[in-house]
Design a protein around this ligand. Sequence first.
Ligand code: NAP
Length: 518
Amino acid sequence: MFNNANTFGAMATAPPAREPARQVDHLIIGAGFAGLCAAIKLQEAGETDFVVIEKGSDVGGTWRDNTYPGAECDVPSQLYSYSFAPNPEWSRSFSPQPEIQAYIKRVADESGTLDRFVFETVATDARWDDDRQRWVVETTGETYLAKTVISGAGGLSEPKLPEIEGIETFQGELFHSARWNHDVDLTGKRVAVIGTGASAIQIVPAIQKKVGHLDVYQRTAPYVIPRNDRPYTGIEKLAFKRIPGVQSLYRDAIYWGRETYVPGFTLLPKLAWPAKQLALKNIQRGIKDPELRRKVTPTFEIGCKRILLSNTYYPALDADNVDLVTDPIAKVTGDAIVTEDGVERPIDVLIVATGFYTTELPITEHITGRSGQTLADRWRDSGMQAYKGTTVADFPNLFFIVGPNTGLGHSSMVFMIESQVTYIVDAIRTMRAHDYGAIEVTQEAVTEFNDDVQRRMKRTVWTTGGCASWYLDSHGKNTTLWPRSTFAFRGLLAKFDVAAYRVSAPVPAPQAKQEVPA
Ligand code: NAP
């Protein structure tokens, strides 16, 4: 139905147990914003012996995969871009997906790192070999023996199918928002979209005029505020190109504007009252039908789930060819969706915009640490946790970008990615300077850091706001979001703090092209 394999793949088949291993200093997994940033910054630090493994055939990660109609970023591009690669060519304040993907490709092309990217290759297993102080990483291509592994596999890369009775029996076209099937012509068709999250609210207005009839299945009404998007004027674009500092002024203004949301999310949800009024007015402005207005009015505190941005979603829902269905789905048949009230709505195409695996990540089943335990087992009871969202006890020389509790509800993940890459590159620099073979964060440091994160989490709107969300794991613990300002995060990761780590002297380098034991 759709490919659920990630760059660190749950569905890939394992390569032969024995084969010559290729040695590299650093193995980066994923070629999205995170993996590319790691490659560029390692190269700048003189760490040129690295390989980037990528499941897809191009760079871009989530921006390569999410090609659904209407895909745009809800963080302005001046901020949602690398600080070291400003782009004077942005056409508007919030960029559409093709522009972001083109930007990532251009940065990759100009970085001089692409010769070390290996595409269409899935890492299937990673095991720490303590005797050799190396990660043995099996992939669908070569096997690698790497001093460090940097995971840039991302938190929103594994599409989640809804568990609905009979969905596998559907005979029409069915695809996930992140695996859009562009071969399917929606013109005049009866289409259903399941989900009303960030992806769905962009898809619905983009396809509404084209389809014959559209049923939108809503489980929880989201808050949707207006999107203050506009094209840049010619003068602005000229200024971005010609006047030094103008773009960084825009960036700084957006950054600090966004950062003012943090107290409303993390300390005093009442501060978000103006945003709630904006969202409620957006409903009034976009929808005439009083019953539909009632159905789309959220029943939890604003910010508890991601706040969405759109000027076109509500008018699309109010259109004559669209029905918002709020009765729970009972089952899917060969050609229809049946709700619990017994109504059957026939469809030709079923689009599931039901999000991603975010807390119980399948990749963790495939990473085995020093004591032989997988990351999935290590996190089974505690939930995902890492030191500064980056390192995990028992998993030496392994670094996560966009790891546990690094997500944001208000600002640019690229800012967080750059903060983590600074820390990781400094760790690698420290290892080289002091000739450490391995560094492993202590469990005490991990526990202390996470106790603080969870203590802060208690008063956030994500915990108190009265909603269920993908921010929370199956124990109700928020293991995805960062509960402080982004500048606090940056400060914490500004320098590698070796005191939180156990360090070991190096063992002699294994011979090149070594046999990997079965
Ligand atoms: P999402 O926010 O997780 O939304 C999934 C939607 O599917 C929710 O409405 C959810 O309902 C519904 N759903 C899930 N399972 C269902 C089921 N079994 N039956 C009925 N409904 C079901 O996923 P997403 O929209 O793909 O967005 C994921 C994240 O990607 C976003 O939060 C954002 O971080 C990022 N994103 C960003 C942009 C952007 O920048 N513009 C665009 C797209 C995505 P409930 O609310 O009841 O769970």
